[in-house]
Design a protein around this ligand. Structure first.
Ligand code: HEC
Length: 145
């Protein structure tokens, strides 16, 4: 009984992620999509706070920025292999311009790292969304369908 409850809990824990990426067969592609979803979720934390949907919390905002930096640091390794899946939105240009892709990951990492120690008030969140958003945009524009 106890054991099946634990299994159920674990299954529920992964249900969200599995649903979002249902049908992705290539594990390497799923891993990079999961990392990007993680970045998206952290952006949402900052965005909701910036809009006042949630209360400003300096520690939580800085932690979200730190988590984005960590994902960004892992991005080149996650994309290094030229992996594909019918569900993937990655463009093949990534592997023709991998140095540039790495540079864009690094830009996001540095921006997020800076914010992880500098966010001090609600006004900073709007600036954070703008600078982070520009970084997402600059990579997605070239490398995501
Ligand atoms: C260095 C390039 C790069 C940067 C920087 C980047 N992304 Fe991505 N992102 C990608 C690529 C490539 C994909 C498509 C991956 C795939 O489908 O295989 C993607 C996909 C996504 C997805 C969809 C994931 C899914 O479930 O399929 C989300 C959400 C996302 N990115 C959010 C963000 C946010 C938010 C930022 C900025 C804070 C960001 N990304 C910065 C390259 C980048």
């Amino acid at each position: 009984m106890v054991k099946s409850n634990i299994i159920l809990c674990i299954a529920l824990l992964f249900a969200g992620a599995a649903f979002a990426h249902s049908g992705v067969k290539n594990a390497a592609v799923k891993a990079r999509m999961d990392a990007m979803s993680g970045i998206g979720a952290e952006m949402k934390v900052i965005g909701q706070m910036a809009k006042g949907v949630t209360q400003f919390d300096q520690n939580a905002a800085r932690a979200a920025a730190a988590a984005i930096a960590k994902h960004a640091a892992q991005t080149p390794a996650l994309f290094e292999g030229k992996e594909d899946d019918p569900k993937s939105e990655a463009k093949v240009e990534i592997w023709a311009n991998f140095e540039d892709f790495k540079q864009k990951s690094l830009e996001l990492e540095n921006t997020a790292l800076g914010l992880s120690t500098s966010i001090a008030n609600k006004a900073d969140l709007a600036i954070a969304m703008k600078s982070l958003g520009a970084s997402c945009q600059s990579c997605h524009k070239s490398y995501r369908e």
